[in-house]
Design a protein around this ligand. Structure first.
Ligand code: MGD
Ligand code: MGD
Ligand code: MO
Length: 671
């Protein structure tokens, strides 16, 4: 029964393997029962027909390809809303909003060739060893040609410390490691604002010194004058910020920051890569702004071998945005949709995932269609979410595997199993290609060759199209069946909607390595309001929305290599040497001693956030770990019971899972 399955661990649900037939929840028996596809589509259409269009959310996690995503967004808009939140709302939304604000492009400016030429790679809050292994090859190549890597991260992540190439037999046999990070700065959680201010201050001081000595200035004033706005205001703030404040807020010594700045100044080709350590903060937008400031001072954006690169998660998370998965109407060419499909697209902005969850809590939201995802595990305030979700009228989950989100069925609940990308997708015109856009804005096609896990599986695209067909009134311009028969026709629609990005889409799909969707900032075209890149003027020195107080820690919610987000493959965090359990809290030896705790002791964490809810996670074993004082760490998604929904980036609403204020209490009922 579903009640029994709720007692299972995420890992055990995952281990059941693929979902193989469509199912509907039966409250009588508390089980999901197999049904026909036609019955599922008719039931969903019926439920959607009875709901108020504004009360339904169309959520996607970044798994689905461009074709299915385009149709999913079209379905939502034809149904009547722009409620199209995406997993990036919890991930790189800070980037989408922050980079757009400062360089006018919501995505990174780096392409693969830049990585191949760069001389210095700076990592801020990103962990390539477990999360983006395809970065390891260019990193190794950089080290082999004498380049440098600098990391800013509270944890000493093994994948940023040293590297053994599994392809190199002698390195494997001798255990000979390549040192990855030439400098490793263990900034406090939320301390990058200060660290970046320090880097900028050191650059400005070096520039002063060079000018005094009659040498060449180190700041690229030609670039700054021609391409940017707000430099003088920023410099004024930097000069007024003293080194003691920078050290106190970053947790780094002035000397260490100056060392990093010296390396930064020694190279003409510098790439800044960043991840969740910067974006999942209450003032994550400021992290992005200041990192951009640092890069702008030496003209490192839109120059070969240089740039800023947000490292993404799901394969097509960036691309889904490109083809219409967006809650903000200003991002969508509505006139094109009107013309192509002969309807009046909804004018009102849709919901961000944080607002959608808040809407569930207040019962404004009554239905969710999820294209991928394990939303109940991924979002903040998990306990409240588990109570609110089943009260909805309708939940439809298009999934590959069983997960915890399926186990809190809404009044009407369907699980629709889909093909994975590795599997053949045979339609009327044969096996179909699908495409994605990666972090470097390269668009690639792929085709599956494996035999599907079951002959009852449908493709994501077919599921979306058939749901839409069953739900919406007929429209001669909306020919779902033709589109399912030949995905090339969907690509024609994408090209017609976004002609600049997808010129000759079908023809270029099979170019080796994909084709580049040209990002304006890569060419120093700044699509900001002023037409220039903007320096950000910081009004604070940390990324937090809480202060320090005795007994309060900054909790970092972490991933291991043995999970993909909410999917837990196993209990071996081999990079961190944590085996057999995920119920741990990592803490520095000094903090353990100061708090009167002991290694292996079991404790609970309580969120230190005053809004009337008690958020608690018990059963966590203390593991001593090399961390800055005051910063502790534990695993995501387990920790999501501790993250308040309102604890998010001020500009983009990205949940601030990398600095959650918590206290440590004894475990047990009284804790
Ligand atoms: N194996 C595996 N691969 C994955 C995923 C997975 O779950 N498993 N998830 C995918 C997804 S969706 C994404 S978005 C990416 C995520 O990839 P990453 O961006 O690497 O995400 P995290 O591991 O959550 O956090 C990154 C790092 O931020 C550091 N950090 C925490 N707080 C701070 C801070 O205040 N400042 C700094 N400088 N660093 C800080 C942490 O110690 C951690 O090393 O990975 C993708 N790839
Ligand atoms: N505290 C805390 N919370 C976080 C984070 C954090 O670091 N800390 N990270 C955030 C981030 S970066 C992200 S991206 C989100 C991730 O949040 P989600 O996108 O919701 O999570 P996933 O675990 O990637 O989704 C997994 C499910 O997707 C389905 N799936 C897998 N492959 C496919 C496919 O090809 N097609 C379809 N239709 N379904 C598929 C499977 O059923 C699987 O169970 O979580 C966020 N939440
Ligand atoms: Mo992500």
């Amino acid at each position: 029964t579903v009640a029994e399955l709720r007692e299972w661990k995420d890992h055990d649900l995952e281990a059941q393997g693929r979902l193989t037939a469509p199912m509907r929840y039966d409250p009588e028996t508390d089980r999901y029962v197999e049904i026909d596809w036609s019955e599922a589509f008719a039931g969903i259409a019926d439920a959607l027909g009875r709901l108020d269009t504004e009360s339904v959310v169309f959520y996607s996690s970044g798994h689905a390809g461009l074709e299915a995503s385009y149709l999913f967004a079209l379905f939502a808009r034809l149904y009547g809303n722009n409620n199209l939140p995406q997993s990036s709302n919890m991930c790189h939304e800070t980037t989408s909003v922050g980079l757009k604000k400062v360089i006018g492009s919501p995505v990174g400016t780096v392409i693969w060739e830049d990585l191949d030429q760069t001389e210095l790679l700076m990592f801020f809050g990103q962990n390539p060893g477990s999360n983006s292994p395809r970065f390891l090859h260019p990193m190794k190549a950089l080290k082999d040609r004498g380049g440098k890597i600098i990391s800013f991260n509270p944890l000493r992540e093994q994948g940023l410390v040293s590297f053994i190439d599994p392809q190199d037999p002698t390195a494997m046999l001798t255990g000979r490691e390549t040192i990855i990070s030439d400098q490793y700065h263990q900034v406090k959680a939320g301390g990058d604002v200060a660290a970046l201010m320090g880097l900028c201050k050191a650059v400005i001081e070096a520039d002063d010194a060079a000018r005094q000595a009659g040498a060449e200035p180190v700041i690229d004033m030609e670039f700054v004058n021609e391409h940017t706005n707000g430099f003088d205001d920023f410099v004024e703030v930097v000069r007024a910020t003293d080194w003691d404040e920078i050290a106190a807020n970053s947790g780094l010594a002035r000397q260490d920051i100056e060392d990093a700045a010296r390396e930064y100044l020694a190279h003409d080709k510098v790439i800044a890569a960043y991840g969740m350590g910067l974006t999942q903060q209450a003032h994550g937008w400021l992290n992005i702004g200041l990192l951009t400031n640092l890069m702008l001072m030496r003209g490192h954006i839109g120059r070969p071998g240089s740039g800023i690169t947000p490292v993404r998660g799901h394969s097509n998370v960036q691309g889904q945005r490109t083809v219409g998965i967006a809650e903000k109407t200003k991002l969508i060419p509505m006139d094109k949709l009107r013309e192509l499909f002969g309807f009046e697209p909804p004018q009102q902005d849709g919901t961000h995932i944080v607002d959608a969850v808040a809407g569930l809590f207040t019962k404004k939201i009554k239905g969710f269609i999820c294209l991928g995802s394990n939303l109940l595990r991924a979002v903040p305030d998990q306990e409240l979410m588990e109570r609110a979700w089943p009260q909805q009228e309708l939940a439809v989950m298009i999934s590959t595997k069983l997960n915890r989100s399926h186990l809190f069925p809404a009044k009407t609940a369907y699980i629709l199993p889909c093909l994975s990308r590795a599997e053949q997708d045979i339609q009327a015109t044969g096996n179909q290609y699908v495409s994605i856009e990666d972090s470097f804005a390269m668009i690639h096609g792929s085709i599956g060759h494996r035999k599907p896990a079951s002959d009852k599986l449908k493709s994501e695209l077919a599921i979306v199209a058939e749901m839409a067909k069953a739900t919406l009134p007929p429209n001669p311009k909306v020919t779902w069946d033709d589109w399912i028969a030949d995905y090339g026709k969907v690509r024609d629609l994408i090209e017609a909607t976004y002609p600049d990005d997808f010129k000759r889409f079908n023809e270029r799909l099979n170019e080796p390595g994909g084709f580049y969707r040209e990002i304006p900032a890569h060419y120093r075209k700044w699509e900001t309001e002023s037409g220039k890149a903007e320096f950000t003027k910081p009004e604070r020195l940390d990324a937090l929305d809480f202060g320090d107080s005795p007994g309060r820690y900054r909790l970092v919610t972490l991933r291991s290599n043995d999970q993909f987000n909410t999917t837990i493959y196993g209990y071996s965090d081999r990079f961190r040497g944590i085996e057999g359990t995920r119920d741990v809290v990592l803490m520095s030896e000094e903090d353990i001693a100061d708090a009167g705790l002991e290694r292996d002791q079991t404790v609970a964490l309580i969120t230190d956030y005053d809004d009337g809810h008690v958020r608690r996670l018990g059963g966590l074993k203390i593991v001593p770990y090399n961390l800055p004082r005051g910063t502790i760490a534990s695993y995501y998604p387990e920790c999501n019971v501790l993250v308040p929904l309102n604890h998010h980036d001020k500009l983009s609403k990205t949940p601030a899972g990398k600095s959650v204020p918590v206290r440590i209490v004894p475990d047990g009922p009284e804790g």
